[in-house]
Design a protein around this ligand. Structure first.
Ligand code: SF4
Length: 441
């Protein structure tokens, strides 16, 4: 059984409200932190080995240490709650059921970073959650954990919730900042990085909801104890939102020492493939990371079990591995069509491209058109190479990572499932009514 740090109280009735959260020991980590210096908190976060839970996996303590501190210039913490990656819904769960965990994490983090005004930028489609967060903010304020002179320490903090307009690209940190400033959510060229020039050109740290919530147990049990959970550079626990053809979709907290096989088949987690079908493939970290066929998902190329952590999932690089990404675990059974699936993702990225850079704006459209053609049974063999060529020209040639996110699923689908693309082209009459099946994998 995995150790629970974030969701340990999620089952308790009324945990959404301050009184119950407090009774369960809520805000004791904040009380402890406010007696520490900001540098001591930063050290704990560094020692914990916490890596950003939004997708990139960058060490949080290191990110915080980059924050510029020019004299007299306000600094900000912005929580990225624009959770729009297909297959990812773990931050929604945290905010909906444990809003005070996020508020407490923000209090500790804002104190450490020197932010007196912090923001939660939340995905517009999560329309019912801002009310939950705002109610929690009011409760925390009434109890003296937000507002002026918190707990008599002289530290002031206001937290504001800003609703996004429904664009996937606003999950990219600089697009998010543009949107928060009231502008169109176009990603900015970097450098300068937000740590130097972020919100209103002020030094800003942008962190994912789960990363900030994880600061609470880190202070609670200490960074050193947190680092003992997990393995290698995958320390602590990780939330995984599991969906697709499984018996038990949902949000799970894992300690990153379990194997992928255990996660899919154990009753504690996904409970196996629905209707007793066979596993065909999986996208373990949200739609942007490479799809992996079952044989490479359960074992690495060296025959080692593949584990649910940053290093093991990436074992073999993009050729045979994938990424932990945002923890959006999408499972595909033997009946799923890879070409259709890849086309759906290509349509999504084409729709969500902001259009600033040519490779992304034009390339995503072309990939979608070609995939649609193949899926309809109207493709030619040379289309597969053309698709490969287009994704190569997008990757690494754009302002923001959406370009890469659009290219990688196409590259991985062709790399691992080329036969299936060819079958669609060779069997136009069967292309839309039958699937290639699983026997070949
Ligand atoms: Fe916009 Fe795509 Fe360029 Fe990102 S990669 S800035 S989404 S056009």
């Amino acid at each position: 059984m995995s150790k629970k740090l974030l969701l340990k109280d999620a089952h308790i009735e009324g945990i959404r409200y301050f009184e119950t959260y407090r009774k369960q020991g809520g805000y004791t980590a904040a009380e402890k932190a406010l007696k520490m210096t900001p540098d001591e908190i930063l050290e704990e976060v560094k020692v914990s080995g916490l890596r950003g839970r939004g997708g990139a996996g960058f060490p949080t303590g290191m990110k915080w240490s980059f924050l510029a501190k020019p004299e007299g210039v306000p600094r900000h913490l912005v929580v990225n709650a624009d959770e729009s990656e297909p297959g990812t819904f773990k931050d929604r769960y945290l905010m909906e059921f444990l809003p005070h965990l996020l508020i407490e994490g923000m209090l500790i983090s804002s104190y450490c970073l020197g932010s007196n005004v912090s923001y939660i930028y939340i995905r517009g489609e999560y329309s019912w959650i801002p009310d939950i967060l705002e109610e929690a903010i009011e409760e925390a304020k009434a109890a003296g954990f937000l507002g002026k002179n918190i707990l008599g320490t002289g530290f002031d903090l206001e937290i504001y919730v800003q609703r996004g307009g429904g664009a996937y690209i606003c999950g990219e940190e600089t697009a998010l900042l543009e949107s928060l400033e009231g502008k169109r959510g176009n990603p900015r060229l970097k450098p300068p990085f937000p740590a130097v020039k972020g919100l209103w050109e002020r030094p800003t740290v942008v962190n994912n909801v789960e990363s900030i919530a994880a600061v609470v147990p880190i202070i609670d049990i200490t960074g050193a104890e947190y680092a003992k959970i997990g393995v290698g550079r995958s320390t602590g626990t990780k939330l995984i939102s599991a969906c697709g053809n499984i018996n038990k979709p949902g949000v799970y907290e894992i300690d990153m020492t379990i194997t992928v096989e255990e996660f899919i088949y154990s009753d504690e987690y996904c409970g196996g493939i629905k209707d007793g079908k066979r596993l065909k493939a999986c996208i373990p970290g949200g739609s942007s990371v490479p799809i992996v066929p079952a044989n490479l998902l359960l074992k690495t190329v060296n025959g080692e079990p593949r584990y649910m952590n940053y290093e093991s999932l990436a074992d073999g690089g993009f050729a045979t591995g994938t990424m932990m990404g945002s923890g959006g675990f999408i499972v595909l059974d033997e009946d799923q069509c890879i070409v259709d699936h890849t086309m759906t993702l290509a349509r999504f990225y084409n729709h969500e491209s902001c259009g600033q850079c040519t490779p992304c704006r034009e390339g995503t459209g072309w990939m979608y058109k070609i995939l649609k053609k193949i899926e309809k049974g109207e493709g030619k063999m040379e289309d597969i190479d053309l698709l490969w060529d287009i994704q190569r020209k997008i990757e690494g040639n754009t302002i923001c990572p959406l370009g890469d996110a659009a290219a990688w699923p196409v590259a991985a689908a062709i790399r691992h499932f080329r036969d299936e693309f060819e079958w669609h082209i060779k069997n136009p009459e069967l292309s839309q009514t039958q699937n290639y099946g699983i026997a070949h994998y």
